[in-house]
Every structure is written in C-alpha cells, then in structure tokens.
Design a protein around this ligand. Structure first.
Ligand code: NAP
Length: 246
C-alpha cells in the first residue's frame, strides 16, 4: 500500500466497470472507500467483500446521483462510517447513442439527469463537505474532441462536466482542494461494448495508436495519481486517458 493524502473517497457508479476498478485501486492505496451504486446492490456488496478480504475498508451506498437528496445521504454515510470525506470521484454515467435527429426527449433528459445533474449534485455537495486539501475527479470522455456522429447528447453532457471542472477548481483552490476531470477514450466496459458488433469494436481498436481498447485499470491508475501525493499540482485539468486516439 502507498501512503494516501486523501483518506476517505466516495466513488460514484462503483458497482461495475471503471468505477469498480477505481474503488479497488483506491482501497489498495490505503483509502476507505464509499462504493456507490444505483441498482446493482449485489455487485457493490461483492466488491466491498473483496476489498475487505484484501485488508481494505469500504462500505456500499445506494444513491441515484441524479437525486440531490440521495447524494446528500451518500455524504452523510461517509461521515457516519468514517468521519468525513476527502475525495469524490464522480464516475457514474450512462451513454445512449443516436443522431441528433432521432434523439428522443427521454434519452436526452436521462443523460442530462445522470451525467450532468448527477455530476453537479456531487460537485456541489463536495464543495460544501469535503475536508480541506481534498480531491475531486469527474468523468468526461474523449468524445469531447473526437465528436463522432451519434454521440451528440452524450458529448454535450461531458463538455458541460469539463466546464464545471475548470470553474470549481478556481472556486476551491483556496481550500487546497484540486478539481480535475478524466476523459477516457473507449474502455472495455458494458457502457462501451453493449450494442456494438465485433467488426465495429475491431475498427475502433485500429483507430488507436496503441491498437487496443482501454482497460478499466488504465483509468483507475490515472485517478489514483490525481488523488495521491504525486498529483497534487495537477488542478483544473481535463486528463485525456485514451492511448493517443486524440
Ligand atoms: P458502466 O460499466 O456502464 O458502469 C456504470 C456505473 O455507473 C455502474 O456502477 C452503475 O451502477 C452506475 N450508475 C449508472 N447510473 C447511475 C446513477 N443514476 N446513480 C448512481 N450510479 C449510477 O460504465 P463505465 O464504462 O464504467 O463508465 C464510467 C464513466 O466513464 C462514465 O461516466 C462514462 O461516461 C465514462 N466513460 C466511459 C468510457 C468507456 O468507453 N467505457 C469512455 C469515456 C468515458 P448500477 O450498476 O448500480 O446501475
């Protein structure tokens, strides 16, 4: 285990995918972790068991990030279990793809509610409740830059997350809290793989200079850096972790 600067970390959307890898990594770094999930209670509980079996500390916490009251309760849970929170990783997100012409209102509203309002709910709560010297990492995407067709509404939510990141870094700097975003390229999780055939996946791999998809641990390492002592001078940045695709 390495020595952690931020002792208690809340990771949203940590039941599966990138968030689960982040929770595992932060626990190995020596942090106490709040494993947030929306619906996957069993997966979150199994991850907590796994962390504890390796000597780490974690609790599972159900909260739909689009609900501000639920996000408040998630911070309450961190305070009740561990006395407070030092880091928030705003990882929870969804991706629905469609050209602008056929993006329906429900699809648009759902991505705004979870990706943008959900991230905002976490940022606002963190701004009020993280301890001084804390860390915030939110999730954008390299589609902000790649701008492929069909990613319009999704990319718009992530561009908004980037704007919030730059501004909150300036607001929280005086308290020694850093605020960054990570913008992965394609990572092999359900969010990316679902609905894509093998030919499409192979084509996307070939677009990457390193010839593969990202793995969840590629991204967890970046978050670990941003939360740890070696990341202390990185603030107000969007870190594209994507193997060089853009
Ligand atoms: P994923 O495998 O689909 O996992 C999504 C996670 O978010 C799950 O733990 C899910 O919890 C949680 N979640 C969804 N809606 C939620 C809500 N309303 N409240 C709380 N938690 C919620 O996705 P992923 O690929 O790991 O993506 C993680 C983040 O990286 C997202 O912000 C995504 O936009 C971003 N990203 C991913 C890629 C990629 O290629 N995978 C690329 C760029 C950026 P439940 O299981 O409980 O529903």
């Amino acid at each position: 285990m390495t020595r952690a600067t931020s002792k208690v970390a809340i990771v949203t959307g940590a039941s599966r995918g990138i968030g689960a890898a982040i929770a595992r990594r932060l626990a190995r770094d020596g942090r106490k972790v709040i494993v947030n999930y929306s619906g996957s209670a069993d997966a979150a509980a199994m991850l907590v068991d796994e962390i504890e079996s390796e000597g780490g500390q974690a609790i599972a916490c159900q909260a739909d990030v689009s609900d501000p009251q639920a996000v408040r309760r998630m911070f309450d849970a961190a305070e009740a279990a561990y006395g407070g929170a030092d880091a928030l990783v705003n990882n929870a997100g969804i991706m629905k793809l469609a050209p602008v012409a056929t993006t329906d209102d429900a699809m648009f509203d759902q991505m705004i509610a979870i990706n943008l309002k959900g991230t905002f709910n976490g940022l606002r709560e963190a701004a009020n409740r993280l301890r001084d010297g804390g860390r915030i990492v939110s999730f954008s995407s390299s589609v902000v830059g790649l701008y492929q067709p069909a990613y319009g509404a999704y990319a718009a939510t992530k561009a908004a997350v980037e704007a919030l990141t730059h501004i909150l870094a300036k607001e929280l700097g005086p308290r020694g809290i850093t605020v960054n975003a990570v913008a992965p390229g394609p990572v092999a999780t359900a969010l990316f793989l679902d609905g894509k055939d093998q030919a499409t996946i192979d084509r996307i791999k070939q677009m990457n200079p390193l010839g593969r998809l990202g793995e969840v641990d590629d991204i967890a390492r970046v978050v670990s850096l941003l939360l740890g002592p070696d990341g202390a001078w990185i603030n107000g940045q969007v870190v594209r972790a994507n193997g060089g695709v853009i």
